[in-house]
Design a protein around this ligand. Structure first.
Ligand code: MSP
Length: 702
């Protein structure tokens, strides 16, 4: 038996974010759990590198599309390594790239099969026609009337309701996939396999979408309009539709259509896959992909499992413009990987949207991990160290001692304790296999509380003073340690690092990653085992201090991390809490957010002249500058431009300053304003706004 689990392959037009990290964490958790149960598993992630959106991102960044993809891939790989999700850390097995030659070959084969196929209604699955309609480059999808909004100006194209970006008019020759002939076949697939699309609510959505009737799908673009893509076999004037190419990655990665790749991995061995996707791309996976597979005569995926979206703590969609995103650099710097994994799995009810904020991440880390699991582990081991000379004590207890303990409210009967644990394991696995990770974790934390209570009720520190209570003390500590071992095995797929540490601290030589939870037997923790060095699993996080640092850090990385589309940005105090004037080049002016002139007038923009500029010790992104804006005293401003500007070269420059921004302290310095700069390229390189003509200091911009 084998298992194949996939994440979506991510667009190579922008750098990874929390949404990407989340799907990878879920896929990684599933893959680890399968491996732990002895199932040979293959875990795929990667990048989707073709199409107009990548082509445009490349143009904006002055790169070729391949250079753009390489740049993003490098970043993705760094991210997966930093979060322990790459091969070296026991994570993914392949980082799939759709620019790989074996993929070209495999997709070619897949296309040919579809081109030869008849639909269930006896028509050609593929035909040539003319496409006329609207296309959203960001969705890489054609849009029907209910999926876009008309612009107020009739000469302007309509706007995608998801991305709020202008649609492209497409009117050209195209190959079509006869999707309209597949409705019955798809409905019977959903009917016959109740767990094909999960969770249930999503399955119902997909069913009603298909039942509402399907339109044929344009699956190519003329090479003259989209050149960055895979040519249609035997007709190189056409480029394959990027979703046709991208979805096929799931089979080409393991060897479909390429002998060498097949020998290295094995299509027959691993297919069908479990696809993990965000709910926003469910239609592509649960409707188009199964239909393509039906046409090509390839077996259907094992399941398509859709998760919800992360929103900010107030329920708003995360976006750079709103300044409410979660930065991966910040997560990585301030939080243990397992705390992030725990939060993602505990906080999101799978399939529904979840709220993600740094403050709640800190709260959960402190309460559930530092005070919960971490404290249970350290108090148990510390007492074994102190009262049992660092060796796992005997589990045996006489009837008399057991009854005495019971009268004191402490259950030490092995049959009772082990039965409870076995039941919890069963529930844990059931919820886990059902993708209800939050409920599985609740089960595990109910055990944590129970054992914590057992320890507190038994008061080992008192038992230790009375030699006649020795057996009870040993039994209580053994039960706590054995429960910890069980918890480590159950929780390993979710928290690989902390559970490994628990195993080591318990003194166990085995790799927790190889212990099948089903084989756990009460009492297998050997008496007399010398425990390892005790270290806190999750140090407490000082919320006030870390939140302050995160805010500072965000100001520092503001320009570097600002959206990679080349919009204008403010640099300096609160750079990521973008100013009202911030726009993306892709955003449609006036559609997303009109402001009126009185709103604009609230921003006091002034001409300033840089008087002094210097670096700040230990803040490699910030410069401390003073600027004359026509006031009595120059303003002091902190700007996140240190990586791009030599301080000396700034002196004497005329710049634009937001003069009425609330002062804020950063790194111990008060910042009394903000300077404006464009944010350029993928790095968000700041380019300071300036004047071509001479202007007096303090002149207002309006
Ligand atoms: N390239 C396509 C997928 C092709 S698969 C054959 C694509 N790429 S993507 O980079 O835009 O998105 C990848 C995944 O990130 C999607 O599953 C999407 O749901 C997920 N997320 C994007 N934003 C998210 C959140 N805010 N929260 C959770 N997941 C989110 O689509």
């Amino acid at each position: 038996m084998t298992c194949y689990v996939t994440t979506p392959i991510y667009y190579a037009n922008s750098l990874p974010h929390l949404g990407h990290l989340y799907t990878m964490i879920v896929a990684d958790t599933i893959a680890r759990s399968k491996r732990q149960r002895g199932i040979e598993t293959f875990f795929l992630t990667g990048t989707d590198e073709h199409g107009i959106n990548i082509e445009r991102a490349a143009q904006r960044n002055n790169r070729t599309p391949k250079e753009q993809a390489d740049y993003v891939v490098e970043y993705f790989k760094k991210m997966t390594s930093a979060f322990g999700l790459d091969t070296a850390h026991g994570g993914y097995d392949i980082f799939m790239r759709t620019t790989e030659p074996f993929h070209y070959e495999g997709v070619g084969e897949f296309w040919r099969r579809v081109a030869k196929a008849k639909t269930p209604k006896g028509n050609d699955a593929l035909y040539q026609g003319h496409y006329e309609g609207w296309f959203c480059a960001a969705c890489a999808a054609y849009k029907t009337e209910d999926e876009y909004a008309k612009s107020e100006n009739p000469d302007e194209p309509p706007i995608c309701l998801i991305h709020e970006t202008k649609l492209d008019r497409v009117s050209e020759e195209s190959y079509f996939f006869r999707l309209s002939d597949y409705d019955e076949a798809l409905l019977s697939l959903y009917e016959s396999r109740a767990d094909f699309v999960r969770p249930e609510a999503r399955r119902n959505e997909v069913k009603s979408f298909v039942a509402g009737g399907l339109q044929d799908l344009s699956v190519s673009r003329l090479r003259s309009s989209v050149s960055w893509g895979i040519p249609v076999p035997d007709d190189p004037q056409h480029t394959m539709y990027v979703w046709f190419d991208a979805l096929t990655n799931y089979i080409t990665a393991i060897g479909f259509g390429n002998e060498q790749q097949n020998r290295a991995i094995g299509f027959e061995k691993f297919w069908p896959a479990l696809h993990l996707v965000g709910k926003d791309i469910l239609r592509f996976h649960a409707v188009y992909w199964p239909a393509f597979l039906l046409a090509a005569g390839v077996e259907q995926p094992r399941a398509i499992v859709a998760h919800g979206m992360w929103v900010d703590p107030t329920g708003r969609k995360m976006s750079k413009t709103l300044g409410n995103t979660i930065e991966l650099d910040v997560l990585n710097k301030y939080f243990p990987i397992d705390a992030i994994r725990y939060f993602c799995l505990r906080e999101m009810v799978f399939g529904q949207d979840g709220r993600f904020g740094y403050e709640s991440l800190i709260d959960r880390t402190n309460s559930d991990l530092a005070s919960g699991l971490g404290n249970l582990s350290s108090r148990t081991l510390t007492m074994i160290q102190r009262y049992c000379e660092g060796r796992i004590p005997s589990r045996l207890i006489s009837d008399e001692a057991r009854l005495r303990a019971k009268r004191a409210g402490v259950e030490t009967d092995e049959a009772t304790v082990s039965k409870l644990l076995a039941q919890a394991r069963e529930q844990f696995i059931k919820h886990f296999d059902d993708f209800s990770f939050n409920r599985a974790l609740e089960e595990a934390w109910a055990i944590v509380s129970r054992v914590d209570k057992m320890i507190s009720d038994a008061r080992p520190w008192d038992l230790a003073k009375d030699q006649s209570q020795r057996q009870t003390l040993n039994a209580v500590l053994y039960r706590a340690a054995e429960t910890l071992r069980w918890l480590a095995v159950l929780l390993y797929p979710m928290m690989p690092n902390a559970t490994r540490q628990i195993y080591q601290q318990l003194g166990l030589p085995d790799e927790v990653s190889t212990i099948d939870p089903a084989t756990l037997r009460w009492g297998d923790l050997p008496e007399g085992t010398q425990i390892g060095e005790i270290k806190p699993l999750f140090p407490r996080i000082d919320k006030a201090r870390i939140m302050e640092e995160i805010k500072e850090q965000e100001s520092g990385i503001g320009t570097q991390e600002l959206e990679k589309r080349g919009g204008s940005a403010a640099v300096g105090e609160g750079a990521t809490q973008s100013v009202p004037a911030t726009t993306h080049s892709d955003a449609v002016p006036g559609v997303a957010n009109f402001i009126d002139i009185t709103d604009f007038a609230k921003v006091d923009l002034r001409v300033g002249e840089v008087k002094t500029a210097e670096r700040i010790p230990k803040a490699d992104k910030l410069l401390l500058i003073t600027v004359d804006i026509g006031e009595e005293k120059p303003r002091q401003i902190l700007a996140g431009i240190a990586q791009y500007y030599e301080p000396e070269k700034l002196i004497g420059r005329k710049i634009v300053v937001v003069a009425n921004l609330k002062p804020r302290k950063l790194r111990g310095y008060e910042s009394q304003g903000m300077l404006l700069a464009a944010s350029v390229g993928d790095e968000g390189k700041p380019v300071i706004a300036t004047f071509a003509e001479d202007v007096p200091n303090g002149a207002r911009l309006k």
